[in-house]
Design a protein around this ligand. Structure first.
Ligand code: SF4
Length: 222
């Protein structure tokens, strides 16, 4: 008869390997670094200037792992390959840069952004604003004014697709705000001073993977 015991050492070893599968420490400014999407402008600063590794707590690792699994599941039927879209922008008179975006799926020329949740989403007002911002900016990057947000309910397994249309005026407004925020971010990273216009969003700290001793300089200890 097989003797089964819980191997703590091996469990920790494998958990550490899984939890260190981070965002491959992306070395470019990414659309989702926009504080309106990721929630705090210090996150990109930590990654790009300090080059801190993202460290996961049990809670953030769970969110991260579910995200990867759902992403893979979602992309499979579309045979989706990673598409890179770029926007060039001016940071200062002496400095220009670009921001990259990787929509989950681009069907035809339209972006589809997949999200998963345990919340009940029945009405557009239930959808987190940062998801809408992300998708509409992907539309701007793809040079279209239409896209879909596909939301998977992890509890009921219900999948809903929300069509999101913008007009020319919204497109211009979105781009202007995005480029302004990204320029502030890029310039703070360039001059290596996070106090230069970047505001921490402390409500994000409890679930932030830069919130550890020796990590984010503005972190709120929780
Ligand atoms: S620890 Fe807090 S302040 Fe620092 S990057 Fe994370 S959310 Fe922002």
């Amino acid at each position: 008869m097989a003797i089964i015991t819980l191997d703590y050492k091996k469990s920790n070893f494998i958990a550490e390997k899984l939890h260190s599968l981070d965002e491959k420490q992306r070395s470019q400014l990414h659309l989702t670094d926009d504080p309106e999407i990721c929630g705090c402008s210090l996150k990109a600063f930590c990654r790009l200037h300090y080059k801190f590794p993202a460290k996961y707590s049990r809670k953030t690792a769970g969110i991260f792992m579910r995200g990867i699994l759902y992403d893979e599941l979602f992309k499979r039927p579309f045979n989706a390959v990673e598409v890179e879209k770029k926007i060039g922008f001016v940071v200062t008179q002496k400095m220009t840069g670009f921001i990259v975006a990787h929509p989950d799926v681009v069907l035809g020329k339209y972006p589809i952004e997949a999200k998963h949740t345990t919340r009940i989403i029945q009405h557009p007002s239930d959808i987190p604003a940062c998801w809408i911002t992300q998708l509409t900016l992907e539309e701007v990057y793809c040079k279209v004014r239409l896209g879909w947000l596909v939301i998977g309910d992890l509890q009921s397994t219900l999948v809903t697709a929300w069509k999101v249309k913008i007009d020319k005026e919204e497109e211009e407004h979105l781009l202007e705000g995005h480029v302004k925020r990204m320029s502030e971010l890029a310039s703070a990273i360039y001059i290596r001073r996070h106090s230069n216009g970047l505001k921490p969003n402390w409500s994000e700290c409890p679930s932030c993977y830069y919130n550890y001793v020796g990590g984010c300089p503005e972190r709120k200890k929780v």
